[in-house]
Design a protein around this ligand. Sequence first.
Ligand code: FAD
Length: 489
Amino acid sequence: MKKNQQVIIIGAGVAGLAIAIRLRIKGYEVSVYEKNPYPGGKLSEIREEGFRFDAGPSLFTLPDLVKELFVLAGKNPGDHFAYDALPVITKYFYPDGSLITAWSDPEVFAEELAQKTGENKFRVLRALKKSEVLYRITHHVFLERSLHKLSTYLRWDTLFSALQLHRLDAFRTMARANQQQFRDPRVTQLFNRYATYNGSDPFQAPATLNIIPHLEHNLGAFFPKEGMYSITTRLFQLAQELGVEFHFGAAVDKIRVENKRVKGINLNGREIPADIVVSNADIVPTYRHLLSDIAPPEKILNQPRSSSALIFYWGIKKQFLPLDLHNIFFSENYEEEFRKIWREKTVYHDPTVYVYVSSKQKPDDAPPGCENWFVMINVPANTGQDWDVLIQRARKDILRKLEKMLGESVEEHIQTEQILEPRTIDSLTSSFQGALYGNSSNNKFAAFLRHPNFHPHIKGLYFCGGSVHPGGGIPLCLLSAKIVDQLIG
Ligand code: FAD
């Protein structure tokens, strides 16, 4: 039966690739239509003058979700996609001069925090244990199944979670919880930062987001041997080998619906029939443009968006020994930084700066003696700010800050520069307002305010990717594809 069923996937982001692979393995005829000339969406790369940059994601967690796709296809994942576990996850540089190395091993990490800040080691270990408990309670309900299907609530593991809902810590903010569980403000700041992993504000988001450190410190952080972009290239290759058909430079104009059933898509005035359509495009343009005849779920579409990012890709003609793969240069006043981003919707003059240098792990990403710096700050989603002015100001602030904290000049070593910012994130990947992760998770009911992975009234229409349940970030995008796979059956 499935052999004759035509599936169209709109978008070749990581979630689009994953659902294409899953459905093709089940025997569907799968075609992917992608508006860009390349696959990957946000998970793409930039090359310039011998430098290679991962353009979007830089932190890789839960690699088993990628491996699973190769296993489903009957392949040995190790032959196709190799990665290393990182012993050091991040180096944290503080304005007071302290430097904390976040070792992945929880014991060593807790010892490091104890030595550098005086924080009680057992408090740190207790916080990581609590993070693990949160994960155990939530993951199979909130992350791995559709919250919008009755069947999810009729399972034993859901019942187990329901009995423990009081432990979700949803009624305090993350910042409040961290302030209460740690004594040293540097440790609190470090743990608050995890809210940014899904584009949230620790001073508003529920403490349930304290689930995130578990991913890094208990399950581990990883680096694909060929760089982050190889997640895209390897999945794309797998999809092609399985017989998925790809069309690039193909911006879909419309999803065709008749009598509450999906009929296919319109592309450049052509009607292309399909039994099933999965949109991997952001849910806002999916409704506003592709389903403009259908009543949109305004309450969901009008939720505040997650934060966006301003990234400078600098080819640096020098090597900086203090830097590791992932580096954070914290702001003095974290609360004020987030107030500027979230309340004033602008860029803070002393931003926390993230510097990702993949050439530390993969030397051929930069010419000999050089480094490829991905320099990112969190910024609000685009609501019409004067970005040209904000970007120029931020560039100066970032350079001043890095030079002060590293104690050496940076600007004179910049050989190449490219910039990605909210407007270009939107135009390149159709992510509404340039938000990195769809709607924000600041609201404690955010998981329930995301669009389901299916259309409740249109048969054959599904959604996957960072803007729909269970949300943004590579692992969650891959899980959204898994949910759609379960739903289609
Ligand atoms: P996308 O990557 O947005 O892909 C959607 C695709 O649909 C695009 O290719 C787009 O062109 C296509 N499309 C849209 N409309 C149409 C149409 N009408 N017709 C045809 N095609 C269409 N995640 C992490 O896990 N770790 C990180 O460290 C991390 N850091 C990030 C840093 C940055 C700067 C950015 C931008 C993102 C980061 N993320 C990170 C988030 C992560 O990149 C996303 O969650 C994930 O890549 C989103 O994948 P997706 O499949 O949902 O959608």
